[in-house]
Unconditional design. Sequence first.
Lengths: 215, 565
Amino acid sequence: MTTPTHLLRQAGCAALLCASLGPALADDFSFSGQIAFHNDLVQIAFSLIEPSNNVRIWTDSWTSGLNFDPAAALWQRIGADSSYSLLSQVDDDDTIDPGQGFYDTGFMLSSLSAGQYRVTLVAAFNAASGMQLSQGFAWDAEAPILLEQWNQPSYDPNANDQKRGFWRVNLSQVSQASVVPEPGAWLLMALGLAAVAPLVARRRTATERITRGTT
Amino acid sequence: MGRPTKTPPAPAPVGTSRRGFFKRSGAATLALAATPMLPLQAATPGGAFRHGVASGDPLSDRVIVWTRVTPPTQRSAITVDFVIATDPGLTQVVQRGSAKTNPDRDYTVKVDVARLQSGTTYYYRFTALEQQSPVGRTRTLPAGPTPRIRMAVASCSNHAAGYFNAYRRIAERADLDVVIHLGDYLYEYGPNTFGSLRTPEPQGEMVTLSDYRTRHAQYKSDADSQEMHRQHPMIAIWDDHETTDNSWKHGASNHTPGAGVAGEGDWSARVNLALQAYYEWMPVRLPDVTRRRENQRAFRFGDLIELVMLEERLSARSQQLTATLTTPFGPNTGFVQFGAFADASRTLLGPLQEAWMAERLRSTPARWKFIGQGVMFAQLKLQGGPLAAGGGVFFNTDQWDGYQPARNRVYEIFKGNANTAAVNNCVVLTGDIHSSWASDLSQDPNNANATTGGYNASTGEGSRAVEFVTTSITSPGIPDPGNGLAGQLLVINPHFKYIDFNQRGYMVMDITPQRVVGEWWYVDTVASISNVQTFGTAFETQNGSNRLQPSAQTTPPANPPALAP
């Protein structure tokens, strides 16, 4: 299930030799939040203006089972049509940063070309359904289960752990990064705008009435 | 790794613990009789699954399956896949899944497999690190009308004291629904302290987390233990030696609190470490992960049996008192039920567990109420006497005899009162004392007048329940040539129907709605690997009788589910 990251590293070496890295065009980012359900999806977009040989991406939120066991996938934008292709999918890798725990995940990318990327974070192991991000994930069709009511397959029955939804993703040496709002979040924003719009209109109307002096 | 400078504990002085006397006196004798240091049993093959597979705590819809992964080098997360099927060849798969383990769990794997069918035999296997585990066999509890259940009962499996031949005999039986282990599943001692046939790992008393884990790993490396676990689900409770000898809520006779060379640290911390290793290495379901000492659980076998498994050491037990009277066993070996022994605030179970058990026993619709617990419930006297005359001289302060008011509260459940009905058909299952006992249960067994609360030994009238005590798997008992001691105790204690000190083995309980038969099965030796077992004796209790009568060996059901290959 895991695409070995060393393939990425090897593939990148040749490109690295050709590339002349300019002045620092990269920064470090850290994003965190909460998921509520077992099949929730977190997406983080990042970009590289120039090729890089030292991008690191990792979670450090598992915290010995205080929070859910995360799995991550790395996707690269292909072409201009917003389609993302799978580069790598990792359930457990705690070698990226000393702050990680056994079930944290991440990528050590010794070569990554310039471009647009996505990191997706899921509860382990809600695996990608295909090589395209648009194909979704294995548990997408399941009825959502609240994390506190869910026994994640990797949980410890002796501790009844991994019942909380806090997550944190760290990105080191990327150009730009941001959390991609969930489609649900867009919908909520749209609904919110829709709800506010008539009020605004009404207020404007009222204001106009006052301005016009009509009663 | 442990405390390398620690010296083996000296044997506890006789007199502080009758049970210590039972155990250690036999150890010395056995050590003399044994050939000098038999070679260690051949190591089990290496590989990722060298500690075998196990299952436990079956309910009607779920069972825990267990294994341990041994990685070739230190690893962080290890994913373990499992498969559950209804046939030994694993072709009729009902579930597949995965779990994980890591160093913080000592690489142990525990999966509570749900959504299973009741009363069904399953076969399972784990896969990790590109290796397959042996195939295990397990069985869910029945639901609804249940015509018959057969269970093996074991206790006191001391690796150092001998070979687990009795476990192998249990493993070979395809006719069992479950194995009950009543505690002292493993022992804490270092080499040549209590048993010298096999060398304990680590070579010292287990005190640290690493010690407890290493000892569990040694027991789970034993081929006979592995086979017993592989073929049957187990319902286990701990007694004292899973922590250390004669443990109680705030200490143990074999725990030296404090720092320094002889100090074994804080008791509460030691219990936490012992229980961490216990829950890691045993196929046991925690009732409440925030109250890890409260290990009491209930199991319902359809309409036939309600089994309560009690916790009698760590959650509430009051400290054992000291015997002060001189008996034929020596000074400070007897006591009477006065003074602190009559203190009703002293407890084995604690008020919460007492109430829980009372509610379970009173409310269950099951025909039989089984009480699986650690220490002998029946009175054991060295000098008989009716209750009105003080009750005589008792022997073992660690058993219920040392907690008589607490025992009386259990009798109140059996007998009922103005507010609650009597609870009939109670069967107590006990281990702990490396010997076999069958007993009617009476509060006043030396009073022959049943109409005044006594007990008629010839008719059993006055008995409120029955008790079957299984002998040890290996731990030595008192040598009793010619059964002279057993004969004496049978005279003094008329409620005992059978006593044997000499044999190691296990019990088979055969339960139908009409009767419960308890069979004692004995192995010929624990000093070497042997395949010989013999039927010892059998007693039974009939529905509604609350007393024992002689019985005969039962016939196993035809065509039991195939053992795992």
